[in-house]
Design a protein around this ligand. Structure first.
Ligand code: PBG
Length: 336
């Protein structure tokens, strides 16, 4: 026998467990199901409106009627949760993003419609000012363009209460201001929303992979050459992500998010191992665009690429994944 065979051979032959699809399924350490997926939706004002997003083929901005149809489709496929991102009309954008806290704004109206039609779905809303500001930053800026932390936090707390008043199950601050989770928790408690959960975008990196999203919500042009490096995290850092998560949990976050997903799987793993709290990951717009583009060129098999990437995010420790592929993935998972 060859010297290259290990000492345990032939008692240990790992290929035995890989012999058939059924056996491989039996010994799988990680699973992926539609219930692990959150479907993000871009909401337009008005009725009967749908617009394609050029950098996200297959994804459309939809008015509330279209959102309700997508919700029905998602629920039928076994998806249990939606995340909403508004596309705000330029006329409603302002320097300080006041529209963000309007109780009759696009997000509260969408939440009410969704909760009325699909009470079983978990509705997640994004808490941040970027869709509402004329400069596309996530907060209120000073004359130099610097995002002011404490002023922004006050506005975010009002925005979160408006979402909770409308019936949002989970509010998800994605702004990366310091202290916002605590302020939002206090404001929710004061408004009688003790059961509204907070999903903190705790480790949110300053990433080029958000590019297509900024096209989708129409904040790219407003942001121009601006960037978000003085509040979102640097790609170089991992210990800092643990500090962010520790602070957010301390301030009252129920769940934490790592974002983007695939380039930051090491962070998902560390966060989950360190804190043992429900850890979400966001397969962001650029991750979606990459796979779609490669598949459109015939360079990758789309179904395999999508399911492998989602499974790897689960394997890293994420319980739930926000993904623009949620509907396709659920369909494929239900077929298998
Ligand atoms: C905004 C927000 C962003 C995303 C979710 N919420 C963009 C940003 O921070 O510029 C990105 C999601 C994606 O790329 O799919 N606060």
């Amino acid at each position: 026998m060859s010297n290259y065979l290990h000492a345990g051979f032939p008692s240990a032959r790992l290929r035995r467990a890989r012999k058939s699809p059924a056996l491989r399924r039996l010994v799988a350490e990680t699973t992926l199901s539609p219930a692990n997926l959150v479907y993000p939706l871009f909401v337009l004002p008005g009725e009967g409106r749908r617009e394609v997003v050029a950098s996200m083929p297959g994804i459309e901005r939809l008015s509330i009627d279209g959102i309700l149809a997508k919700a029905a489709e998602a629920e039928a496929l076994g998806i249990r949760s939606l995340a909403l991102f508004p596309v705000i009309e330029p006329a409603q954008k302002s320097l300080r993003g006041e529209e963000s806290a309007n109780p009759e704004g696009l997000v509260p109206r969408s939440v009410r419609a969704l909760k009325a039609a699909h009470p079983g779905l978990v509705i997640i809303t994004d808490v941040a000012l970027d869709p509402y500001t004329t400069h596309g930053q996530d907060g209120i800026i000073d004359e130099s363009g610097y995002v002011l932390n404490d002023e922004t936090v006050e506005t975010l707390a009002r925005q979160a209460v408006a979402h909770a008043d409308a019936g949002a199950d989970i509010v998800a601050p994605s702004d990366m201001m310091d202290g916002r989770v605590g302020a939002i928790r206090d404001a929710l408690e004061a408004a009688g929303h003790s059961n509204t959960a907070i999903l903190a975008y705790a480790a949110k990196y300053a990433s080029c992979f958000y590019g297509p999203f900024r096209d989708a919500v129409g904040s790219a042009a407003n942001l121009g050459s601006g960037d978000k490096h003085n509040y979102q995290m640097a790609a170089s850092n991992s210990d800092e992500a643990l500090r962010e998560v520790a602070l957010d949990l301390d301030e009252g976050a129920d769940f934490v998010m790592v974002k983007p997903a695939l380039p930051y799987l090491d962070i998902v793993r560390r966060v989950h191992d360190t804190f043992s709290v429900p850890t979400f990951a966001y397969q962001v717009s650029g991750e979606y665009a990459m796979i779609r583009a490669a598949a459109a060129n015939g360079w990758l098999d789309e179904k395999s690429a999508v399911l492998e990437s989602l499974l790897s995010i689960r394997r890293a420790g994420a319980c739930a994944i926000l993904s623009y592929f949620a509907l396709d993935a659920a369909r494929w998972l239900n077929e298998d």
